[in-house]
Design a binder for this molecule. Sequence first.
Ligand code: FUB
Length: 346
Amino acid sequence: MPEDPIHHINFDELDRNAISQPLVKHIYTADPSAHVFEGKIYIYPSHDIDAGDAFDDLGSHFAMEDYRVLSMNSVEDTEATDNGTALHVKDVPWAAKQMWAPDAAEKNGKYYLYFPAKAHDGIFRIGVAGSNQPYGPFVAQPEAIKGSFSIDPAVFKDDDGKYYMYFGGIWGGQLQRWRTGVFNNEQPESPVAHLPELNEQALCAKVARLTDDMLEFDEIPKDVVILDENGQPLLQGDNDRRFFEASWMHKYNGKYYFSYSTGDTHFLCYAIGDDPYGPFTYAGRILEPVVGWTSHHSICAVGNKWYLFYHDSSLSKGVTHLRCVKVAELKYDADGKIITIHPYGK
Ligand code: FUB
C-alpha cells in the first residue's frame, strides 16, 4: 500500500477547491451508506478512530469499535446530526474487532444494520442487528449470517420486494482467501496471496438474496461478474477497472448499476446490467481519487435528484484511517451514463 504523499498537499487549497465539506467534524466517519427512511436521510458510516494499531496492507489500522448513525433533513444541511452509538463491538457476541463498512435496510417498519467484523478466529464475517428505529440502537443477532464472509455488505431492495446483499473486498477484506469455498489461512500476513494471476479473470464481488426475515442468506452467494466492452470478464490485472471492495447497487431507468472501488488505483467505478445478478458491463468512473487511500460510497435518490455519498481524509489532513463523509450531486447523461465527479474540481 503506497504511503499518501500528504506532505505535498496544501490542505487549505484543497478544502477551498473541494466540491463538498465534511458532514460531521466532531468524529471521523467513512464508508457512508445513505438511505431515505421516514422522509429523512440516514447515513450509516464506519466510525473511524485511531486505536494505535500499526499501518499495514491488511488494514489493521482500521480498528473501528462501534457505529454511529447520522441523519439529515435535507442534503442542503451543512451538518448532519449524530444520533449516538447505534451498536458497539462489545455487544456483538461473535465479533472481536474491526467494525468496517456497514449498510442498513428497512422492511415492514423494522430496520436492519448489516456490518462486517473480524470474528474471534480472525476471519471477517457479516452480521445483522435489528431496531425499531432507523437510528438504532440496534440489537445484534448472536451469530454472524451463516455462510457469510469478507466485508462491505450493501443491501439492495428491488422493485419486486426482494432484498439482495452485495459484498466482498480483496486484500485485508479476505475475499481471495475464499476462492475454493473454504478459508485459506496460508501466508496470513500477505494481502495478495491467493489472488488470481493478473491474466486470469478478476475476483468478483458476491451477491446473495436475503431470507424473508432479513437475517440470513437465502442462497449460496454468486459472483458479480463485470464484463468489458467485448463481453469478456475483466481480468485481475485490469487494476483501473476490476473490483476491489465497496459494493453498491442502485437502479436507474430500469437498469441495475453495480458500483465499487478499485482499491489500490483509488477509483469509484460502475457497471450496468439488466438483472440484480448481472452480468454487468463496465461503464466508467463515478469519482476520481480522493485524498486518502480508500474510496467508498453510496448512491441515493433524494426527491428527484441523485447524490453520491463518499469520503476523503481531508478532515485529518490526509491520515488514511481518519476519514470524513461528504455528499455531492450525481448526474447522468442522456444515455444513462454517470458523469464523472472530480472531488476537488478539475
Ligand atoms: O473502512 C474500512 C474499509 O476501508 C472498508 O471496509 C473499505 O471499503 C475501505 O473503505
